[in-house]
Ligand binder design. Structure first.
Ligand SMILES: Cc1cc2nc3c(=O)[nH]c(=O)nc-3n(C[C@H](O)[C@H](O)[C@H](O)COP(=O)(O)O)c2cc1C
Length: 174
């Protein structure tokens, strides 16, 4: 039987995969099924009404390569009644003009498919030039913003603050 939450991620150098494991461990055993989109794309996604997606940005504002390979699968998704939360990885110093762009692109596609986003995250505490992952008013990211290159020391605390918010929005807390 599927767990209540499906977590789909892609990862080239392992950072997003590692964060996905940490998020799953915090959520708890039996609560989340992990899928690397490099294996079977988004196969199985229809089994879940609560979804988490992990996506790093690569190559000056592009999707990570495994996400890019399966991006067309997003075209046929219909997700009314589904809630989703995103976490994105990027490098705000090295790629300051494109920080977390891919997370913003994925957010828009999922919202267009009818799903409801949760787990937005404040912009304070980051230093970059531009990002497609910001809300229209620029005050928040559309998901958890992580940076294993320039702010690695912040990651655990950010995850620990974000996961309970997402579980509450999913109706799974307490
Ligand atoms: C060649 C290259 C291009 C990158 N381009 C971006 C980018 O445009 N925007 C960004 O926020 N991060 C960028 N990054 C940083 C990666 O997103 C970051 O290292 C991330 O943690 C990688 O995650 P992964 O190990 O799961 O693939 C880039 C890194 C490299 C090496």
């Amino acid at each position: 039987m599927p767990a209540p939450i499906g977590l789909f991620f892609g990862s080239t150098t392992g950072n997003t995969a590692e964060v996905a494991e940490r998020i799953a461990a915090l959520i708890g055993p039996g609560q989340v099924d992990l899928f690397d989109v490099a294996d079977n794309g988004l196969a199985g996604i229809d089994d879940y009404r609560l979804l988490i997606f992990g996506i790093p940005t690569w190559d000056f504002g592009e999707q990570q390569e495994d996400w890019l390979d399966i991006w067309h699968e997003l075209d046929s998704l219909e997700l009314p009644g589904v809630r989703f939360a995103l976490f994105g990885l990027g490098d705000q110093i090295g790629y300051a003009e494109w920080y977390l762009d891919a997370m913003g692109m994925l957010h828009d596609r999922l919202r267009d498919a009818g799903a409801e986003p949760v787990g937005y995250w404040p912009r304070e505490g980051y230093d970059f030039e531009a990002s497609k992952a910001l809300t229209a008013d620029g005050s928040r990211f559309v998901g958890l913003a992580l940076d294993e290159d320039s702010q690695r020391a912040e990651t655990d605390a950010r995850i620990e603050a974000w996961v309970p918010q997402v579980l509450e929005a999913f109706g799974l807390s307490g």
